[in-house]
Write a protein that binds this ligand. Structure first.
Ligand code: C2O
Ligand code: CU
Ligand code: CU
Length: 503
């Protein structure tokens, strides 16, 4: 299907031919990018956005014509972002200090790229906390534009949650208080300045925020050097290695970065590893598999451990989502090179298996956690995600974000079922959904129960064109104003966001 689509990105209007093919079913996604490439459409006719089709044939190892600077895959080592040390500690509170600033970092080998950073690092330093200990993070804005920090997946008082219009002016600081009264999970923090979050995150304002708890530690999952967070994303560079940001520029963001390096390698020992993936892309969905469809154990999703490990051979991650797996590299011969592949982008990174110096005492128990029971729902809401062809806008329930309008008023502590529908009548494009404050459970997708990897605790969920997903959440314990939005953040930054008020 060829559509002629007009859209508005802030003040910019563009008109392009768009090739869209949507297929039915749970995995149905817009295949515009892949279809365009397959049919020889040139990059200039790229769709305003697209998400790779999972398993689309013939696109593994696909070389994107728009890649301005070729990087030899697996030529740089993947770093692990350094864990930030508290500046001071008082009772059960740790104080961290982070300054956002510009920095020039080596992303593409032999060149330097100006990025926006937390603390000079790309990605930012990892903040690692324990359940029950309060973290106060003093964010100083050393940039020349307003910023506001948000911990994605955090159950945070409204004043510290990073409401998009609650920005910190250049040169100013703010203390964000995170009570961390929630289970162990892989969270991440990123900028949320309204209209700017897409560009700010694209240019580097993102880092890991990990919560540990004793119940998880008692499981003896791989830990320490064998517990590795991996932030995946795409990026677009010009021929001078500068980052190029354009809204909805999916097709040209063809360089894949893992912890800020293009298709890196990582030496690993022949033993078990815990790998914590976050998809920090603005628009790209990853559909990943390891080596020749190696079976791995998915142990966690957005909100922490699953009830039991799920044996998987591939996993799909939309922007904002996290998936944690345990891989036993002892199943490979010493000297093996095991590639992590994406269904559309091809090689993402490579694990180089070496000898194990010490015995592996880690394990993956059959039972991982107890997923908290869901209280009975007393409220229901419908959320429609759409694109309006006449105005070129991405909408929630037919509207764009307005900080002065409360879209949902919810009594604190109540449980609601939200029915999310991706109304693809305007433009068949995937969306996803992320509410602040709460972790939720997915009840069903088009009436079918969620896959094991989605059956745990979640804070971000993909909704394919035409699909309906029902989720259930308990809203609290804090009151105040929070946003919910599409986490394809080129969409949210142009208004695909709404506001709930917990009263
Ligand atoms: Cu990653 Cu509003 O969130
Ligand atoms: Cu969030
Ligand atoms: Cu969207």
């Amino acid at each position: 299907m060829v559509l002629d689509t007009q859209r508005v990105d802030g003040s910019m209007v563009s008109r392009r031919n768009v090739i869209v093919s949507a297929t039915a079913g749970v995995a149905a996604l817009v295949t515009a990018g892949a279809a365009g490439a397959a049919r020889g459409t040139d990059a200039g006719a790229a769709p305003p956005e697209a998400t790779p089709a999972p398993g689309h044939p013939g696109h593994t190892g696909h070389v994107h014509p728009a890649a301005a600077r070729a990087v030899k895959p697996f030529s740089v080592r993947m770093p692990v972002p350094k864990v930030l040390r508290p500046e001071s500690t008082k009772g059960d509170t740790d104080l961290y200090v982070v300054t956002a600033k510009k920095a020039k970092v080596e992303i593409l080998p032999g060149t330097r790229t100006e990025v926006l950073t937390y603390a000079g690092m790309f990605p930012g330093p990892t903040i690692r906390v324990r359940t029950g200990r309060t973290a106060v993070v003093k964010h100083t804005n050393g940039l020349d534009i307003g910023t506001v920090a948000h911990v994605h997946g955090g159950c945070t008082p409204a004043s510290s949650d990073g409401f998009p219009t609650d920005t910190v002016a250049p040169g100013k600081s703010r203390d964000y208080t995170y009570p961390n009264k929630q289970r162990a999970a892989t969270l991440w923090y990123h900028d949320h300045a309204h209209h700017m979050e897409a560009e700010h995150v694209f240019r580097g304002l993102a880092g890991f925020y990990l919560i540990d708890d004793p119940a998880e530690a008692a499981l003896r999952l791989p830990s320490g050097d064998y517990d590795i967070p991996i932030m995946l994303r795409d990026a677009r560079f010009d021929d001078k290695a500068r980052l190029v940001f354009e809204l909805n520029d999916f097709e040209k963001r063809s360089t894949i970065l893992a912890n800020g390096k293009p298709q890196p390698y990582l030496p690993v020992a022949a033993r078990r590893y815990r790998l914590r993936f976050v998809n920090a892309s603005n628009l790209r969905t990853f559909t990943l598999r390891l080596g020749k469809d190696t079976q791995v154990a998915q142990i966690a999703s957005d909100g922490g451990l699953l009830a039991a490990p799920a044996a998987i051979r591939s996993w799909r991650m939309m922007p904002g989502e996290r998936v944690e797996i345990v891989v036993d590299f002892s199943r490979f011969k010493v000297g093996s090179q095991v590639v992590l592949n994406d269904a559309d982008a091809g090689p993402v990174m490579r694990f180089d298996v070496g000898r194990s110096a010490t015995a592996d005492t880690s394990r993956v128990p059959d039972r991982l956690s107890t997923i908290p029971a869901m209280p009975a729902a007393t409220g229901r809401r419908r959320i429609v995600l759409s694109f309006d062809r006449s105005t070129g806008r991405f909408l929630i329930n037919g509207r764009q974000f307005d900080q002065k309008r409360v879209d949902a008023e919810i009594k604190r502590g109540t449980t609601e079922i939200w029915t999310l529908t991706n109304d693809n009548s305007g433009f068949a494009v995937p969306h996803n959904f992320h509410p602040h404050l709460v972790q939720f459970r997915i009840l069903d997708r088009d009436g079918k129960p969620p896959a094991p990897g989605e059956a745990g605790v979640k804070d971000t969920v993909g909704v394919a064109p035409g699909e309906t997903v029902r989720l259930q959440a308990t809203f609290g314990p804090y009151t105040g104003r929070y946003v919910y939005h599409c986490h394809m953040i080129d969409h949210s930054s142009t208004g695909m966001m709404a506001q709930m008020k917990i009263v």
